[in-house]
Design a protein around this ligand. Structure first.
Ligand code: FES
Length: 96
């Protein structure tokens, strides 16, 4: 096997990228999203360039059932890709 192996947040420090011209698209469990965002922020990426794929608990996908609600956002209606800056406080509040 070639390349790095490990959890994503730990690998961010080994990745080479220019924070001024990079976007990060992150998907996975919310705890991993939080730690990956912390690593990306530490590497100099602005919060607006960290985008989370939040496709979670969708059922109706029309904004009617509320299964995907995350604070004031309905992931099916407002996402499913949302910037870290919009979700940061809510992710920190949810200790999973
Ligand atoms: S999936 Fe039903 S409101 Fe989003």
């Amino acid at each position: 096997m070639a390349g790095e192996v490990g959890v994503v947040p730990a690998l961010i420090g080994k990745a080479r990228f220019d924070p001024a011209s990079t976007f990060a698209f992150v998907c996975g469990p919310e705890v991993m999203l939080r730690f990956t965002a912390t690593a990306l922020l530490g590497a100099g990426l602005p919060p607006a360039r960290i985008l989370f794929w939040m496709e979670r608990n969708m059922k109706c996908v029309f904004g009617f059932c509320g299964h995907c609600q995350f604070g004031p956002d309905f992931i099916c209606r407002d996402g499913p890709v949302l910037p870290y800056g919009r979700l940061a406080g809510r992710l920190r509040a949810r200790e999973i």
